[in-house]
Design a protein around this ligand. Structure first.
Ligand SMILES: [Zn+2]
Length: 382
C-alpha cells in the first residue's frame, strides 16, 4: 500500500501550509531524523513514532515481515531507536538511499496496512519537533478487515466518555468583561449546551460542575480520571490588556510553554489554586509516577490530535481565531492527568464585541456546534 504525497498533506490538516514550512530546515531542503521509538497504546496497538526536524513527506510499504517508511529528502540521524519490548516491531534501522531515507522495521508478526486515519503528522510543541505517528495491529489486510467487521457486529458500540469542564466558578469568577459578563457564567452555559448535544449523539458526558461552585483544578482533573474519560475539555474565556485582541485559542499540556503569552495564560489559569489547598502538587506527582514516559507522550499526542481537530472545526465555522499558531502549549494544571484533552479559550471577554457574542445564545450554539464536530472527528479508537 502506498500513501500519496497529496494524501500526506491532506492528512496533516495544514494543506499547502506545509510547503511554506519547508525553509525552516537547517540544511537547505533537507529533513533529518531526530528520534524513533515504539510503544504500546492502551488498546494494545503498536505505536511507531518518528521525530523529524521538518514536516515529513513519506511513503509506507509492506515488504515480507517488514514495514518500510521512506522519507523524502531526509538524512539519517545518529539516533538509537527506543523500542518497547512488547510491540510488533523487533528492530528499526535507517538506510540512506540517495536523498531518501528508508526506515525499516523488522516485524514479529505481519501488520494490517495502515488506513489514513492511523497516520498522523504532529506539529512541533514545546517538547518535540515534527512527529510521524503510526498505530499498527497484527494481521493481514484481508484477515484484519474481516476480524474488525465481525467485532463491530458482535460488540455494541462503546460509548465514549467526555468530561466537560466549565472553568472557574463560585468565589472565582474568572475574567470579567467591561459589560460585566463573567467567564464562569459563559463557560458554564456553553458546557451545559455542549453536554446536551454530545449526549444526544451517543456520547456519555459528565460536567465537572453544573452550577456556580468553586472547584480546585486537581478535583477537575480527578473527575476525568474517575469517570475514565476518553477526552477532557476545559472551557474558558480570555482577557487581554489590549481591548482589540479577540479570537479563540486552543491549548494542550506541555511543561514548556510554546510562547510567552501561553505561559502567562497558564499562570493566570493556574493561579486559582493558590487560593485553595496545596493538594495539587501531590496529585500531579502521583499521576506523574503512575505514568510511564511513553504513556505521557501518548497522552500528549492524542491531546494534540484533538486540538488540531478542534482548531480546524472552529476555523471551518468561521469563528475568529487569536492571531498566531492554531495550537499552543503551556503547563496548565487542569490538564495534568492520564486523559487526553485540551483547554479551549472560547474568545476574549476583554473585547467589547466578542463579549456581546460570548453571552449570546446564537454564538454559544455556534461554538457548541464546532466543538461537537471536533469531538466527532477525533479518532477515539487510536
Ligand atoms: Zn479561565
Amino acid at each position: 500500500m502506498k500513501v500519496s504525497r497529496r494524501a500526506v498533506l491532506k492528512m496533516s490538516g495544514f494543506g499547502f501550509a506545509a510547503i511554506t514550512l519547508l525553509p525552516r530546515v537547517a540544511f537547505a531542503g533537507r529533513n533529518s531524523v531526530l528520534s524513533m521509538r515504539t510503544g504500546v497504546q492502551p488498546n494494545g496497538k503498536t505505536r511507531l513514532v518518528i521525530e523529524t526536524s521538518a514536516r515529513p513527506v513519506y511513503d509506507i510499504s509492506y515488504p515480507q515481515n517488514q514495514l518500510m517508511i521512506s522519507l523524502s529528502n531526509t538524512a539519517a540521524g545518529a539516533v538509537s531507536p527506543k523500542l518497547s519490548g512488547d510491540t510488533l516491531v523487533k528492530n528499526l534501522t535507517q538506510t540512506q538511499n540517495g536523498d531518501k531515507l528508508n526506515i525499516v522495521a523488522d516485524l514479529r508478526r505481519s501488520v494490517v496496512p495502515l488506513d489514513k486515519s492511523q497516520v498522523m503528522i504532529l506539529s512541533p510543541n514545546g517538547d518535540s519537533e515534527y512527529r510521524l505517528v503510526m498505530d499498527f495491529v497484527a494481521g493481514t489486510s484481508g484477515a484484519g478487515a474481516t476480524e474488525s467487521a465481525a467485532a463491530t457486529t458482535k460488540t455494541p458500540a462503546k460509548k465514549y466518555v467526555v468530561v466537560i469542564d466549565a472553568g472557574h466558578g463560585g468565589k472565582d469568577p474568572g475574567c470579567i468583561g467591561k459589560g460585566g459578563t463573567k467567564e464562569k457564567a459563559v463557560v458554564l452555559s456553553v458546557a451545559k449546551k455542549l453536554k446536551k448535544e454530545l449526549d444526544s449523539i451517543g456520547f456519555k458526558t459528565y460536567l465537572t460542575r453544573s452550577d456556580d461552585t468553586f472547584l480546585k483544578l486537581a478535583d477537575r482533573a480527578e473527575i476525568a480520571e474517575k469517570r475514565h474519560a476518553d477526552l477532557f475539555l476545559s472551557l474558558h474565556a480570555n482577557a487581554n490588556p489590549s481591548r482589540s485582541t479577540r479570537g479563540y485559542s486552543v491549548y494542550t499540556l506541555s511543561e514548556k510553554a510554546s510562547d510567552e503569552e501561553a505561559q502567562k495564560l497558564a499562570d493566570t489559569e493556574n493561579a486559582v489554586d493558590k487560593i485553595g489547598v496545596s493538594g495539587f502538587a501531590e496529585f500531579s506527582k502521583e499521576i506523574r509516577v503512575a505514568l510511564s514516559a511513553l504513556q505521557q507522550r501518548a497522552v500528549a499526542e492524542l491531546s494534540e490530535e484533538y486540538a488540531n481537530d478542534c482548531a480546524r472545526a472552529m476555523d471551518n465555522a468561521s469563528i475568529d481565531r487569536l492571531p498566531g499558531p492554531s495550537i499552543r502549549h503551556a503547563p496548565f494544571a487542569v490538564l495534568r492527568s492520564t486523559v487526553p484533552g485540551a483547554l479551549i479559550e472560547l474568545g476574549h471577554l476583554s473585547n467589547a464585541s466578542e463579549e456581546k457574542l460570548l453571552k449570546s445564545d446564537a454564538h454559544q450554539n455556534k461554538l457548541v456546534r464546532a466543538i461537537v464536530k471536533s469531538v466527532k472527528n477525533y479518532n477515539f479508537d487510536v
